[in-house]
Design a protein around this ligand. Sequence first.
Ligand code: GDP
Ligand code: NAG
Ligand code: NAG
Ligand code: NAG
Ligand code: MG
Length: 367
Amino acid sequence: MNFYLFGIIIISLSFVIQVKTEQELQDIDPNGYIIFCLCMGRFGNQAEHFLGGLAFAKLINRTLIVPPWRTFKNIPYSEWFQIESLRSYHRVIDAQDFMENLASQIWPPESRIGFCWLPVDRPKSECQMKEGNPFESFWNELNVSFVDTITYQLNYDEYSIHQWQQLFPADHYPVLALKGAPASFPMLAQYRQLQKYMNWSEQIMNEVRQHQKQLFNNKPYIGIHLRNNIDWERSCADVESFKTRSYMASPQCLDLSSSTHTYVTHKICYPSDDEILRLLKNIILRTRIHNIYVATDKRPMIKEIEEHLAAQHVHVKHLDPWLPVIDVAMLTHANYFIGNCVSSFTSFVKRARDVYDLPSAFWGFSN
Ligand SMILES: Nc1nc2c(ncn2[C@@H]2O[C@H](COP(=O)(O)OP(=O)(O)O)[C@@H](O)[C@H]2O)c(=O)[nH]1
Ligand SMILES: *[C@@H]1O[C@H](CO)[C@@H](O)[C@H](O)[C@H]1NC(C)=O
Ligand SMILES: *[C@@H]1O[C@H](CO)[C@@H](O)[C@H](O)[C@H]1NC(C)=O
Ligand SMILES: *[C@@H]1O[C@H](CO)[C@@H](O)[C@H](O)[C@H]1NC(C)=O
Ligand SMILES: [Mg+2]
């Protein structure tokens, strides 16, 4: 009996010691940390900001505290993508993990300062880290409040890194908590390739495989993105009067450095049914793929596609998943993809496909 108890004590002791060692093993980065809210737009916008912010974390050489995605609540990054894959590019720690295991030590509540980019003539009082939606909920769900704020006018490029380090050295400011992402939208072309470090989570991949089996019996399919909700119709209404090549995500298909390319047209931004049926038919004839996966925020055009392409014997499927990111993942894994050049929902899919040289096309182009 005594011997038995002794054993339990030894086991408990070694458990305590092991847990402690694991926490201690979580090295503190002497170069500090950076976190920001993905507080602009929905998934596509957030993903472009995330990749820009990831690039900046590496430039400034601070560990990235990987922010959760922002929907009606914070979604841990790892629910949709693997944290581990990011490590091949840069040092990262999940936000929840950081708050639970490191924050009390290196970022105690009384030291939490928020940083805002503001023009030089604006008062510090305009730097409100938690004012409005989704800022307030983002930080509240991480249990973070700020005791002070600092404003800055620095850029997020490699030429500004020295200034960042001079103004905000890691020993004084171990954590830079920025109000918005240190990145531009649309994202810089040079960072698109960072998409290769965003690998889907096992959870999302399982769901994709399940749908591919159920909808198409694992046969090839063409994925199309129809961005046709009323917000989009309005956004595209006057686009031709802007005479620009850079409207939202459009740099993904219009080369900004070239003068030969067209401006964003209404047809590119909000393609007509005729244009959608025309291009889809061309791709079906060329690829001989007859399964169509429709992702849309509003009108899937199933009847129209089935009728117009009856001779091609198409099978048209539309999931309308509860999580939009399931549509993104299904499009990413299609054998061919046609998307909307102005949409950042499409731009995520396009970048992810480019990693594996999978073919993509855009509405409004004559291919
Ligand atoms: N499920 C689903 N949702 C979509 C689709 N297209 C747009 N949405 C919704 O509309 C949002 C559009 O915002 P965002 O992702 O930033 O892309 P953008 O506005 O097209 O640049 C998405 O995040 C989705 O919530 C789609 O094909 N499928
Ligand atoms: C970046 O930070 C890491 C870890 O803190 C450090 O080992 C490395 O030397 C730093 N690199 C540069 C270029 O300062
Ligand atoms: C992402 O997943 C692919 C396929 O499983 C793998 O080949 C690749 O190495 C992964 N990338 C990273 C950065 O982990
Ligand atoms: C925030 O606090 C709540 C309540 O104490 C806790 O359940 C939750 O895990 C905390 N979240 C984080 C990110 O630390
Ligand atoms: Mg948007």
